[in-house]
Design a protein around this ligand. Structure first.
Ligand code: AMP
Length: 233
């Protein structure tokens, strides 16, 4: 097998907060051996470590608004040029605005994956409003190993603690009800136009995110495998 035969290229995951992007990105990352690049996770890590970026982003994240591009774009450029991204990567939570998508297009024009150019495969995970609310208000995660639970649909075996390591589960500050409505509004206002942006480019694949986790993963795998050849430029 030649090096270029194993390149996957960039995969972009779109979907409202709570659509399951994080869960699916982890499955895809494992299946294809490429890293999950979650801008939300990188920002939260920076907040937890008290870096300069984290200090600037903290209040914005806690209000459920988008962190400004002059902080997010250099952070993404730095992450995507790391060695583990050379065969491809799955972006989860980026781009979130048309401006970020245009930046990503320009960034990818100058990039090769194992010697081959790729255009991103874009997958939109669609979930209805009520289902999103239930998923976001019910989400709990383990701060030690990042396992994700939902008190309604995927509760831990023992209430409030991680099945794997016994750590007390936590609720993200921005998963509190008052912040959730701000996040969903900013999604509709700023991120939904991206669906049209990629549709016009003929690159959008849409998947019903209310199917089971495994069904959604299977559909994503076939979309990525089906597009790998077509996606290369
Ligand atoms: P997420 O984990 O993707 O829901 O992101 C959590 C929060 O991080 C968002 O509500 C934003 O405040 C911030 N964030 C994540 N990704 C981006 C992005 N691409 N652009 C701006 N802000 C972002």
């Amino acid at each position: 097998m030649t090096e270029s035969a194993i390149a996957v290229g960039p995969v972009v995951l779109l979907g409202a907060p709570g659509a399951g992007k994080g869960t699916q990105a982890k499955q895809i990352a494992r299946r294809f051996g490429i890293p999950q690049v979650s801008t939300g996770d990188i920002l939260r890590e920076n907040v937890a470590q008290g870096t300069e970026l984290g200090r600037k982003a903290r209040a914005v994240i806690e209000r459920g608004e988008l962190v400004p591009d002059d902080l997010v774009l250099p952070m993404v450029a730095e992450r995507l040029t790391q060695l583990d991204c050379e065969r491809g990567f799955i972006l989860d939570g980026f781009p979130r605005t048309v401006n970020q998508a245009e930046w990503l297009d320009r960034f990818l024009e100058s990039r090769e994956f194992c010697g081959k150019k790729f255009r991103p495969v874009v997958i939109n995970i669609k979930v209805g409003y009520n289902q999103l609310l239930q998923r976001l208000t019910g989400r709990r995660s383990c701060p030690a190993d990042q396992k994700i639970y939902n008190i309604y649909s995927q509760p831990p075996k023992k209430e409030g603690v991680c099945d794997f390591c016994g750590t007390q589960l936590v609720q993200r500050k921005d998963d509190k009800e008052e912040v959730i409505s701000e996040r969903l509004k900013s999604y509709e206002r700023q991120t939904l136009p991206l669906v049209d942006y990629y549709r016009r480019q003929g690159r959008l694949r849409e998947i019903d995110g209310e199917l089971s986790v495994d069904q959604v993963t299977a559909e994503m795998i076939s979309a990525i495998e089906g597009s790998s050849a077509a996606g290369s430029a």
